[in-house]
Design a protein around this ligand. Structure first.
Ligand code: PEP
Length: 249
């Protein structure tokens, strides 16, 4: 039976004390979960949350990182700083970074390569907007983001990369792709990965679905053969909505 990888993206929510309280609740309820669970608090709460989850099975993640290790980059956070706090995984190319902060595939690829070099496990987010989907560009957009995001990533390094398929129109909107729709896109991502790395690597790749995942749709989504986990935004902000997603089976 496969293990699922479920990641919580707390986005720009929570003070340090709120983050600590939620992390304590999650350790109590999920600290021994058989699923792989990652939580990504805001940067300001990473150090405090790291203390709380130490010794549990929960993994500390970051929501983004800068494309350099150090230097004159005002406002950026280096992968070295993240590692120093115990961060193991990093979300890259989230649609909010792509669309609100105009991050390009080229920049996201630099971050992916740097994360791998620094032994951080990237979650590379990809996904189409509603306009792109309606214009029949879903495969071109998602396929392009996968190819560009993974440019220069070796087959050996790929094993530590996760892809999150997050249709932009489903993030924070309450609209979810149907499990069949999501599974079909995940299947397409595996076709792209097969063309890049071969069938075995493509099959082994962990592909999360993200976009209004909730307790009542998690089981149906995760039952699909190509869906290996979830990246959860809104529903990850409270233990009472996140725990049932992780405990979907
Ligand atoms: C996300 O931010 O990655 C996300 C999927 O958000 P939500 O679950 O709120 O749609």
């Amino acid at each position: 039976m496969r293990n699922y990888y479920i990641a919580a993206n707390w986005k720009m929510h929570m003070t340090v004390s709120e983050a600590v309280a939620l992390a304590q609740d999650l350790v109590a309820k999920l600290g021994k979960s058989k699923e792989r669970v990652m939580i990504a608090p805001p940067f300001t709460a990473l150090a405090a949350v790291a203390q709380v989850i130490r010794g549990s099975s929960l993994v500390l993640g970051a929501q983004n990182m800068g494309p350099e290790t150090k230097g004159a980059h005002t406002g950026e956070i280096s992968p070295l700083m993240l590692k120093d706090l115990g961060v193991k995984a990093v979300i890259l190319g989230h649609s909010e970074r792509r669309h609100s902060y105009l991050e390009t595939d080229e920049l996201i690829n630099r971050k992916v390569l740097l994360a791998l070099e620094q032994e951080l496990q990237p979650i590379l987010c990809v996904g189409e907007t509603l306009a792109e989907r309606e214009a029949g560009k879903l495969e071109a957009v998602v396929g392009g983001q996968v190819r560009e995001g993974l440019k220069g990533v070796s087959a050996a390094a790929l094993a530590t990369v996760t892809i999150a398929y997050e249709p932009v129109w489903a993030i924070g909107t309450g609209k979810t792709a149907t499990p069949e729709d999501a599974d079909a896109v995940h299947g397409y991502i595996r076709i792209v990965l097969t063309s890049l790395y071969g069938e075995a690597a493509a099959k082994a790749m962990v592909i999360q679905y993200g976009g209004s995942v909730k307790a009542d749709n998690a089981a149906e989504l995760m039952a699909k053969p190509n869906i290996d986990g979830a990246l959860v935004g809104g529903a990850s902000l409270k233990a009472e909505t996140f725990v049932p997603i992780v405990s979907f089976r």
